[in-house]
Design a protein around this ligand. Sequence first.
Ligand code: ADP
Ligand code: MG
Length: 353
Amino acid sequence: MTAGSVALEGVTKRYGSETVVADVSVTIAPGEFFTLLGPSGSGKTTTLSMLAGFVVPDEGRVMLSGQDMTRVPPRGRGLGMVFQNYAIFPHLNVAENVAFPLTVKRAPKAEIARRVADAMAMVKLEGFEGRYARQLSGGQQQRVALARAIVAHPPVVLMDEPLGALDKNLRYHMQVEIKEISRRLGMTVIYVTHDQEEALTMSDRIAIMNRGRIAQMGPPREVYEKPDSSFVAAFLGEANLLKARRDGNAVAGPGGTRIDAGAGALGASDGLLFVRPEKVSIAAGGADGAPNTLPGQVRHASFLGNIVRYQVEVAEGATVLCDTANGAGAALHAPGDPVRLSWRAEDSRLLAA
Ligand code: ADP
Ligand code: MG
């Protein structure tokens, strides 16, 4: 395999009787931006630590650029890293911090100076060379850590929640920067986050982790729109998950309403009918007998600025969330109004309960 490829082959890690990473296999292409997403404790950091070499797996292999690195210490792996517990050194100034991966390799002085200047420009920290950690904001410190991770142009960079400490605006700005730098340098990035939006914006592919396993893996749009489980559906943003059961070629939803679900989605007999709130259309008036339509009553309308979110009570006390764009001339529905909800069969799936 070519430089920059990464593979985990049946990797397992146990602590005592607890299996924290269970038989994880994944192949990542050179230049890919790959994200491990999952709730706290799902095994993301442990997985990344096995790639880094801080943790040795109990089973399986770690391959980097086609070479077995399972037992090679971190230093020998040639990776760039931005880890939460791998902060910038307080006794070195910014330029010395950024230069660190090159100075330990005893790179020539002129090359160090040139590469440090490049990296400083990429993270927009020119003029901060002489400062120390205590003289920098949280965001500036994270940019120093990023510059240090990329200064040697490693083929693979590992990042564990690198933007965790930043406020929303700076976070968004840095997401764009990291994505841009990784593309420009052609680096493979393995990125860890528990933030769904961050994963969706930045990644070529996302692996959603649950209890040490990969629950689902795919491009952002695919895992968002075609979740295979209620866990993935609920973890990646808002999801309607309505009690339903298979009924011939259709699905019986709340109140026995027959609803078509996407072809191939009828995997389970008893299950949960999944549809995202923004895929649900709402119209004034109650039942009209049209296929794929659920009658209901508006319980609550929340004005969120760009969207209006309706909570609609349908049969059997079930509630469906429906998001409508607050566009020009958009109709408003008030609490108590009878309404009809509908969606396209291909936007829904029947998932195992
Ligand atoms: P995440 O990064 O997804 O929040 P971690 O990989 O840090 O999850 O942890 C996964 C599980 O492994 C957690 O239950 C955690 O408590 C446990 N764990 C992690 N490191 C150790 C360790 N060194 N010793 C014992 N348990 C650990
Ligand atoms: Mg973690």
